[in-house]
Design a protein. Structure first.
Length: 336
């Protein structure tokens, strides 16, 4: 049922009536064919009736209060010149239900997540973290010389790290960007692929190229890669180097061995920042080989100025089904 179908609901009490003075922004708030309102209705079990520049929220008091708070903060976001996309609403609704044991009310979670602005400026676009965990992660990348991002796929760990790296590079805070991954095969043999070593490895590094292409114009990126001011290389290529004045990202760190992780961490040089991202549930190392990410987490957690940031399925910003898929696998395996 869509909001337009709810014009006759006299038996349901109106708990909240909200006024939005700018009709143009109200249209964006409601979404195409009132899709945004329909998503909020379904998630919070309320009904939203649109009359002119008013929205009436109908339902029990708690749900209506949460919906009203969400609508007001989304509208404030639009007033601030930012857009509201379906993914913003989906992540806000999912984060709004994750307050158990935190002492934070669900409505306050939503307001913190949407109302507090954290933005990363790149050459091609502004990047805005969408969940509270993503915002805390981005802040830690700017504040700490060494930061870890640990959680499932689709939570923005690598994407946001590369965005921060590009932002710091164009701002003159670092001289170069170095992106790396362990060249561990996920059920396929790299040796069977055609071409030389670069041809074999480049497809594995493609997610890093994709992220850079989102933030830098094609010609500029090609020039920076040619000049080695941006490098994308397998983890093994880091041995023997000292990485000074660089923003360094190690992606898929769960597939680094303990020795590789130690080698990588000790590459940190003056004026550099280092980010390690990984998913503990997707280890492709041979059976019996411990993950360097787990070892680093165990050994370094008490060291000051090293930040550990954790994500869950509620931070997934891909298609909503991705979050549901991750939750299903977590429930089956008992991993968190």
């Amino acid at each position: 049922m869509t909001p337009s179908d709810l014009t006759t609901a006299p038996d349901i009490p109106v708990d909240r009536v909200l006024e939005f003075p700018d009709n143009r922004l109200l249209i964006d708030l409601c979404g195409a064919y009132d899709a945004h309102l329909a998503a909020i209705e379904k998630a919070l079990e309320v009904q939203i009736v649109r009359r002119g520049n008013h929205l009436s929220v109908l339902g029990d008091a708690d749900a209506a209060d949460r919906a009203a708070r969400l609508l007001n903060t989304l509208y404030a976001r639009l007033e601030g010149g930012r857009s509201v996309e379906p993914a913003d609403i989906d992540s806000a609704l999912r984060m709004g239900g994750s307050d158990a044991g935190t002492g934070v009310r669900q409505g306050d979670q939503i307001e913190m997540q949407i109302g507090e602005t954290v933005e990363i400026q790149t050459r091609k676009k502004r990047v805005e973290p969408r969940t509270a965990a993503q915002k805390a992660y981005v802040k830690s990348l700017f504040d700490n010389e060494l930061a870890f991002g640990i959680g499932p796929a689709g939570t923005g760990k690598t994407y946001l790290a590369v965005a921060v790296g590009v932002s710091m590079f164009i701002g003159g805070h670092v001289d170069r960007i170095i992106l790396s991954r362990p060249a561990v095969e996920a059920g396929e043999k790299l040796g069977y692929l055609p071409g030389d070593m670069k041809d074999k490895v480049d497809p594995y590094m493609q997610p890093l190229y994709d992220a850079l292409n989102d933030f830098l114009p094609g010609k500029q990126l090609a020039k920076l890669l040619e000049e080695k001011r941006i490098e994308i290389a397998p983890l093994a290529f880091m041995r023997g180097r000292t990485l000074a004045n660089a923003f360094v990202v190690l992606d898929e760190a769960q597939n680094a061995t303990s020795m590789q992780m130690k080698m990588f961490l000790t590459r940190l040089g003056e004026g550099s920042r280092m980010v390690i991202t990984g998913d503990r549930t997707q280890i492709d190392l041979p059976r019996g080989v411990p993950s360097g990410l787990a070892d680093a987490e165990r050994l370094l957690k008490t060291i000051p100025k090293i930040s550990f940031n954790y994500f869950t399925s509620k931070d997934v910003v891909r298609h909503p089904l991705v979050a549901a898929i991750i939750e299903a696998y977590e429930a089956d395996t008992g991993t968190g």
